[in-house]
Design a protein around this ligand. Structure first.
Ligand code: UDX
Length: 432
């Protein structure tokens, strides 16, 4: 049966989950303290770039199933409020929970204690227990539960509808309330797992950490293939045929980025340290990823030896999003800019405002041709599908030196070679 749901925070998690909960039948209030965001959302302007989200959002606005506000009073009728605010890394690598506590306090002060508060923000294990005490110490008896998100940027709507699992942490009553919210998805076969809050928080952190470890592993295997003359693509295929390993998340690249993996791996490592528990495997994956940015810079400098004009294809941390947070592309480009290279950037969606990139010596271009003008090399940094079909015969005419460096293994290498390009890639030592 439908419920009245509130969502605090209209970012990648709160807005997607709020809109999609309206889509599956609930009445939703999305709240953000940034009034400008709320005004845009009220006008139907979907403030984040997510496949299909705008359509779903405007459908639900038209149906009157979702409203936007900056006023906590507007949450009065909610049975459940999801906290979906940011938990940025603090100076020690731990998670800063200030925004979560602020939201919880506002909710407690405005809402009856029958309203269940559900933490969807990624918070370190035992946080829900601490939040419960935080509210009790201030005289509030609201219950707190956990419902971590497993939404990949760029496919968040699909991940909501067809996710691998829904995890709910809390007491039996809270778990049943959360189960009821997601019943339409569970009825369609999405797995539901009810656990305690700490286990729920650990499932989230360990999921992201395991995926990050898998990526650092395949990236190091890529470097070994490069040195030994083996084929990383065939290696990944051979690995993935073992169902215990699985074929997904085995694409080598310039390292992982985004607002989750770097932050969550650091936070989990920090938690292990403060509890004196070894996290050798996790720490090695973090170090490997950090070292990769310099490794990629060195690879590029070994090919294009003197600082000159180069072309960066992609700045988003991955294809399918406009998000540049912790983007490996930007980390690598910053190093090259510091080395004196002048970088002409093209990304289909991200990085349109040079001020946001935090890099000197760049020029933002609106297509590949303009980004290639007088360039000494094309460097593919983000796995946008568009970069699989580059017309090298044309692009080459604009360039000073016809070189292609494919850090994502998505380019048509033979077409580039036929167009007279020198082709380099991760996983192969020499020019192809
Ligand atoms: C991740 C988790 O996948 C998601 O479940 C969680 O809820 C949020 O964090 P996201 O950060 O959006 O999602 O991106 P993801 O698709 O996981 O990719 C993370 C990084 O790994 C990106 O930089 C991507 O380019 C890189 N990656 C991914 C690879 O380099 N190779 C791969 O095969 C897959």
């Amino acid at each position: 049966m439908y419920m009245q749901l509130g969502f605090i925070g209209t970012g990648y998690v709160g807005l997607v989950t709020g809109v999609m909960c309206a889509h599956i039948g609930h009445q939703v209030v999305c709240l953000d303290k940034d009034g400008r965001k709320i005004e845009k959302l009220k006008m139907g302007d979907c403030i984040i770039y997510e496949n299909n989200l705008a359509e779903y959002m405007n459908q639900q606005i038209t149906k009157g199933n979702i409203v936007f506000s900056s006023d906590y009073q507007d949450l009065q009728a909610c049975d459940v409020v999801f906290i979906c605010v940011g938990t940025p890394s603090d100076e020690n690598g731990g998670a800063d929970l200030g925004f979560v506590k602020e939201a919880l306090l506002q909710c407690a002060q405005h809402l009856p204690d029958s309203c269940l508060f559900v933490i969807k923000s990624t918070v370190p294990p035992t946080s829900c227990q601490n939040f419960q005490k935080f509210l009790q110490d201030k005289g509030f008896s609201h219950k707190i539960a956990s419902n971590p998100e497993f939404l990949r940027e760029g496919s968040a709507v699909d991940d909501f509808l067809n996710g691998a699992r829904i995890v709910a942490g809390g007491d039996l009553h809270s778990i049943n309330i959360i189960r009821n919210i997601y019943n339409p998805l569970i009825d369609r076969g999405v797995e539901f797992l009810g656990v305690d809050t700490t286990t729920s928080e650990m499932i989230k952190y360990s999921s992201n950490s395991f995926l990050a470890i898998k990526l650092s592993f395949i990236n190091e295997m890529c470097d070994l293939c490069e040195e030994l003359g083996a084929d990383i693509s065939l290696l990944a295929k051979g690995l993935g045929l073992d169902k215990r390993i699985g074929s997904l998340f085995l694409n080598p690249g310039p390292g992982y980025g985004g607002s989750c993996f770097p932050k969550d791996t650091k936070a989990l490592s920090h938690i292990a340290k403060i509890h004196n528990i070894a996290s050798h495997v996790l720490d090695a994956a973090i170090d490997s990823n950090l070292a990769r940015y310099k490794l990629m810079r060195n690879k590029i400098r070994n090919i294009i030896k003197t600082p000159c004009i180069i072309t960066a294809l992609g700045v988003a941390f991955k294809a399918g999003t406009d998000d540049i947070r912790e983007s490996p592309a930007l980390k690598i480009l910053q190093l090259l800019a510091d080395d004196g290279y002048f970088i002409q950037i093209y990304d289909p969606v991200a990085g349109k405002d040079p001020a946001n990139l935090g890099i000197s010596r760049v020029k933002i271009c609106d297509n590949i041709e303009n980004a290639s003008k007088d360039s000494n090399g094309l460097i593919i940094l983000t796995e946008w599908q568009e970069f699989s079909g580059i017309e090298y015969e044309e692009i080459g005419k604009f360039m000073s030196q016809k070189r292609l460096i494919d850090l994502r293994l998505i380019a048509d290498h033979s077409r580039a070679k036929n167009a007279g390009f020198d082709v380099y890639r991760v996983g192969a030592k020499e020019k192809l």
